[in-house]
Write a protein that binds this ligand. Structure first.
Ligand code: GSH
Length: 211
C-alpha cells in the first residue's frame, strides 16, 4: 500500500488529490509541520529536505519500495505508474510538464513566501508583503490569460498540472491574501477553472485530508 507522509497544506494536498483521482488505496501518516515533525529522523529518511509531502510505495510488483519527496516527482511517478493524468507522448505531455514546473518552481514558492510574510510572520513587514503580493498577482494573471484559451492547463485534458496548481490557487484566493481575493473578481477564466476543478469529487476529498 502507498504510504503518504503529508500535512494539510497546498503541497500536502496535491498527492492526496492524485491518489483519490486514481482510486488507489493509501494510508496517510500525518507530519505536523506546526510541531516540527518534518525534522524527525523517520521523516528525514523519506524527505531529506524536511518538507512534506513524502511517499513510500511498497509495490510488490517492483520488488523494492519507491521512496520519494517533492510533490512534482510524486505526481509524475503516480501518473506514469497508473497511466493517467499525464499523456505518454506528444505536445500535451510537455505542456503538462511545462505547467507542472511553473507551479512547483514559480507559483508555489511565491505564494509560500507571501504566506510567511502576510500570515505567519510575527511582524508584518510591508515591503516583502507588497513584493510577494504583486508577484503572486502577476502569476495568477498569467494563469488567467492562459485559461482564456485553454480549458485546463495542458489544453483540453485534466492533468497533474491542474492537480498541482489547484490547492495553491485555492489558498491564494481564500485565506492567504485579501488583495488576491479581490483581484480574482476580474480574472474570469481563472474563476471558471476554479469552478471546474473544485467540483471534482476526488479534489473535494483530497482537499479535506486531515481536517
Ligand atoms: N517543492 C516542494 C515544496 C514542499 C513544501 O514547501 N512543503 C512545506 C509545506 S507546504 C513544508 O513542508 N514546510 C516545512 C518546512 O519548511 O520546514 C514540493 O513541491 O514538494
Amino acid at each position: 500500500m502507498i504510504a503518504l507522509y503529508t500535512w494539510k497544506t497546498p503541497n500536502g494536498k496535491k498527492p492526496a488529490i492524485m491518489l483519490e483521482e486514481l482510486g488507489v488505496s493509501y494510508h496517510i501518516h500525518p507530519v505536523d509541520i506546526g510541531k516540527d515533525e518534518q525534522f524527525s529522523k523517520e521523516f528525514l529518511r523519506i524527505s531529506p529536505n524536511n518538507k512534506i509531502p513524502g511517499m513510500i510505495d511498497n509495490d510488490p510488483n517492483t520488488g523494492m519500495p519507491v521512496v520519494l519527496f517533492e510533490s512534482g516527482a510524486i505526481l509524475t511517478y503516480l501518473a506514469e505508474k497508473y497511466e493517467k493524468f499525464l499523456p505518454t507522448n506528444g505536445a500535451s505531455r510537455y505542456k503538462t510538464m511545462e505547467w507542472l514546473y511553473w507551479q512547483v518552481g514559480g507559483l508555489g514558492p511565491m505564494l509560500g513566501q507571501l504566506g510567511y510574510y502576510a500570515v505567519r510572520a510575527p511582524e508584518k513587514l510591508p515591503q516583502p508583503i507588497d513584493r510577494f503580493t504583486k508577484e503572486a498577482d502577476r502569476l495568477l494573471g498569467v494563469l488567467d490569460k492562459h485559461l482564456q484559451e485553454n480549458e485546463y492547463l495542458a489544453g483540453g485534458l485534466y492533468t497533474i498540472a491542474d492537480i498541482a496548481t489547484y490547492p495553491w490557487v485555492e489558498a491564494a484566493t481564500t485565506f492567504l491574501s485579501a488583495p488576491l481575493q479581490e483581484s480574482l473578481s476580474t480574472k474570469n477564466s481563472l474563476k471558471r477553472w476554479i469552478g471546474l476543478i473544485s467540483e471534482r469529487p476526488a479534489v473535494k476529498k483530497g482537499m479535506a485530508i486531515l481536517t
